[in-house]
Design a protein around this ligand. Structure first.
Ligand SMILES: Cc1cc2nc3c(=O)[nH]c(=O)nc-3n(C[C@H](O)[C@H](O)[C@H](O)COP(=O)(O)O)c2cc1C
Length: 183
């Protein structure tokens, strides 16, 4: 039975999203005492500070799910050399009202896949700046910049053989990171 729950936030709403597939595939590399729960962000309103005193049900659900987790995994696309707006919108919602952020202290991991050769490196760098401000201890190494190409995923929706060892190493370190930082 899972003792550690990781909230997974995917930075793409695309139906056939590579990042969605990556989030599902990488979760299969986790140990038996970890479970990975993808959080819904496609029903969040656009963030407005006017709504802070009466946050929408979808926002309160998101914050409750983050608070109930032992760690957060961001799996993001790169849009115009940054994180997609849908991800930033979710981050902003759960960070507010001021002093009531759901993110603070949650150990984080960052992964991403794109069609470009630098594999979301710039988006991840921007995201890491935000996570530092949100007081989320974020695993630094190994960095995971993946390019979407044939064989990245196997026929069962797992990680393909060429990247499996690398991502298993990442997972082992992330698991240790979550255990070390979870309170
Ligand atoms: C608005 C937009 C901007 C994009 N900008 C970048 C970019 O800066 N770097 C990059 O590598 N790919 C970029 N792409 C291509 C994405 O890598 C590609 O669409 C990828 O499939 C998105 O991830 P997903 O499959 O998880 O949705 C962009 C795509 C869109 C739609």
């Amino acid at each position: 039975m899972a003792q550690f729950v990781v909230a997974v936030v995917v930075g793409s709403l695309r139906r056939e999203s590579f990042n969605q597939k990556l989030a599902t595939a990488v979760a299969k590399l986790g140990p038996a005492d970890f479970s990975f729960k993808q959080l819904r962000i496609n029903d969040l309103p656009l963030y407005s500070q006017d709504d802070d005193p009466h946050q929408a049900d979808a926002v309160r659900r998101l914050k409750d799910e983050i608070r109930a987790s032992h760690g957060v995994l961001f799996v993001t696309a790169e849009y115009n050399r940054s994180m997609p707006g849908v991800l930033k919108n979710a981050i902003d919602h759960a960070s507010r009202p001021y002093g009531q952020s759901a993110w603070a202290g949650k150990p984080a991991g960052v992964l991403g896949v794109s069609v470009g050769t630098i594999g979301t490196a710039v988006a991840q760098q921007h995201l890491r700046t935000v996570l530092a401000y949100l007081d989320m201890p974020t695993l630094g190494q190994p960095e995971v910049f993946l390019q979407a190409k044939e064989g990245l995923f196997d026929n069962d929706g797992g990680i393909g053989p060429a990247s499996r060892r690398f991502l298993q190493d990442w997972m082992d370190r992330y698991v240790a990171w979550v255990k070390h930082h979870s309170v």
